[in-house]
Design a protein around this ligand. Structure first.
Ligand code: PHE
Length: 343
């Protein structure tokens, strides 16, 4: 059996080898417990002292203590070294350049069409109107028959209307809400109905198969053409500003009598004529008129007692006018460079 000093030498040698293999503080801690723990080799060497010759004991005891001190100091140094190494590694991983300029936060915004609808809702609710929504998918009755369209009216033609089945269609205008509202509520009625509409038309810079309207309906006793004119004129100057030039001209819709269309001076060419306004200098923004007695009757309202006016605002047209947008297709293309311009 090797002498005690030899065993101590061997132990030091083994320890130095194992220490070299340690790569992290956790391993180091394990090594420390292994060597300096109560059941460790140093402790067993201490036990062995008992079997030594008495004259060798002090010397061997000193050797063991020296080794123990040496190990302790190795552990301390290695622990400090590993800690800095580990911190350095962590700092590298979390490195951050505090001098970099901040990143711009991307903020979403409402679609320009939605923004204009919200503005229109604000203006009409201030005047005492309330918002009412109707279905995008509806029946021929609400979209046509209830609105006094004769059975052979060309607007019912497959060319304009998307038929889902014989009974249901995609509404071609928000006027279907007029009929729903009249059937469901007793007058006085003062509502606006924003929503999507669909028509089977060729897509161009001016027209689309998918667009938005806001319907306006006012029914009460003694509502006259003067109310229509005053309300819609007030609305237009609130929406477009006092300076916007508007023009009311007679027109025909089966559900109003008399009917009219309202144009606004083309913003794009200031009236001199361009592609947007088809060289007329004017852009049609809505249809309106006094509710036809037949429509009141279909809505269970007595035309002898009540009268009313209705209007249907074309939201894409209005938005194009207000924001100087030259192509209706931009609204549905979702190009972020376009949408970003309307924060
Ligand atoms: N619904 C008509 C259209 O889509 C507009 C309109 C609404 C006209 C109400 C008169 C009254 O063209």
């Amino acid at each position: 059996m090797a002498s005690l000093p030899e065993q101590i030498g061997e132990l030091r040698f083994r320890f130095m080898q194992e220490l070299q293999e340690v790569s992290g503080s956790k391993d180091l801690e394990t090594l420390k417990v292994k060597y300096l723990g109560k059941k460790g080799p140093l402790q067993s060497l201490m036990q062995e002292l008992r079997h030594c010759l008495p004259e060798e004991r002090p010397h061997s005891g000193k050797l063991i203590n020296d080794l123990k001190e040496e190990l302790v100091s190795h552990f301390e140094h290695s622990a400090a070294r590993l800690k800095t190494q580990e911190q350095d590694r962590q700092f590298q991983k979390e490195w951050l350049d505090a001098t970099l300029p901040g990143r711009r936060q991307f903020r979403g915004a409402l679609h320009p069409i939605t923004q204009v609808i919200h503005r229109i809702i604000d203006i009409f609710t201030e005047m005492g109107f309330s918002v009412r929504l109707g279905p995008d998918i509806d029946t021929d009755f609400f979209n046509f028959e209830g609105l006094n369209f004769p059975p052979d009216h060309p607007a019912r033609d497959m060319q304009d209307t998307f038929y889902l089945s014989n009974h249901s269609i995609l509404r071609t205008h928000t006027s279907n809400v007029q009929v729903h509202a009249m059937q469901e509520c007793k007058p006085p009625l003062r509502i606006i109905a924003p929503g999507r509409c669909f028509r089977n038309e060729d897509i161009s810079a001016r027209s689309h198969v998918f667009f938005h309207q806001v319907e306006v309906l006012y029914i009460d006793k003694n509502v006259t053409f003067a109310d229509l004119f005053a309300t819609m004129d007030e609305f237009l100057s609130k929406l477009l500003g006092e300076k916007a030039e508007t023009r009311f001209r007679p027109s025909y819709f089966p559900f109003v009598e008399p009917g009219l269309e309202v144009d606004v001076r083309c913003i794009s060419c200031k009236g001199s004529g361009c592609r947007i306004c088809k060289h007329s200098g004017w852009l049609e923004v809505f249809g309106a008129g006094m509710v036809h007695p037949n429509v009141l009757r279909k809505g269970n309202i007595d035309p002898e007692e009540y009268s009313g006016f209705a209007a249907g605002l074309g939201i894409e047209r209005l938005t194009m006018l207000m924001r100087d947008i030259r192509d209706i297709r931009l609204f549905t293309e979702n190009d972020i460079r376009f949408l970003e311009q309307f924060p």
